[in-house]
Design a protein around this ligand. Structure first.
Ligand SMILES: Nc1ncnc2c1ncn2[C@@H]1O[C@H](COP(=O)(O)OP(=O)(O)OP(=O)(O)O)[C@@H](O)[C@H]1O
Length: 226
């Protein structure tokens, strides 16, 4: 059981590879920091590991299944997305026209409701489920935010919502690409403490990218030089 990149190569522009034959394995419960200079392809590797991009050569496997196949099934609403990716700009992760309550529960596995009011009913049930996990409380999500649009929350509040939405999906691996780079030191420390505690409780694998050597030293169980 692991998240594995096998000899992965990727180019955005044909003939100009960003990654060439990269291999990496992350075990459940590990916290692996990807270290490399700016522009070396860290974010690209994160997107490949999460199944957002498909490698042109090699493969990415999630506990034995192809990451791209998991991602395609999840996009079609036919399965969980076992690798969740959180990036630096949370405002890009939410539908700007959807209320936060609705966006938040996108992470909750489907309840299978049917009928004319199934959407609303299942949303209420999903919110109830979200509460039962204790994640809303642990990340300081306030009820007052549910009726707001993403631009009506601060960057730190939005990042809390982003993390909670990702964790509600019960991923086996969480990828944090410069997750807290835009936040103040206190919020940064608070959010990481909660994420690491949950990763430990669930034996979830973590991949992190950070330009802060202090943060990497504190959080990573292993550093992978790209
Ligand atoms: N969508 C894209 N189209 C074309 N080129 C891209 C695209 N995204 C990234 N690149 C290029 O791919 C290379 C790797 O980018 P990537 O964002 O993966 O690097 P990084 O190591 O995460 O950088 P940084 O530390 O500066 O965030 C860069 O040269 C970048 O310009």
């Amino acid at each position: 059981m692991s998240l594995e990149a096998h000899d992965v190569s990727f180019s955005y522009v044909p003939g100009h590879p960003v990654l060439e034959r990269v291999s990496l394995a992350v075990e459940p419960g590990e916290r692996v920091a990807i270290a490399a200079p700016s522009g070396a392809g860290k974010s690209t590797l994160c997107r490949l590991l999460a199944g957002y991009l498909e490698p042109q050569a090699g493969e990415v496997l999630v506990d034995g299944g192809r990451a791209g196949a998991h991602a395609a099934r999840a996009r079609a609403g036919r399965g969980p997305w076992p690798v969740q990716l959180i990036v630096q700009h949370p405002e890009q992760a939410f539908d700007p026209l959807a209320r936060m309550g609705r966006s938040l529960v996108e992470g909750v596995p489907r309840l299978g409701a049917r009928g004319a009011h199934a959407g609303v009913r299942s949303r209420r049930a999903a919110l109830e489920r979200a509460r039962e996990t204790g994640l809303l409380e642990r990340f300081g999500i306030r009820d007052a935010w549910f009726e707001r649009l993403p631009h009506e929350l601060s960057g730190g509040e939005l990042m809390r919502c982003c993390i909670v939405r990702a964790l509600l999906a019960e991923p086996r691996y969480l990828i944090c690409d410069e997750m807290t780079a835009m936040l103040d030191a206190v919020t940064q420390a608070e959010l990481w403490r909660a994420v690491v505690a949950i990763a430990d409780e669930r034996r979830m694998g973590l991949v992190l990218v950070s330009h802060s050597p202090a943060l990497v030293r504190r959080l990573a169980t292993r550093v992978y030089p790209l």
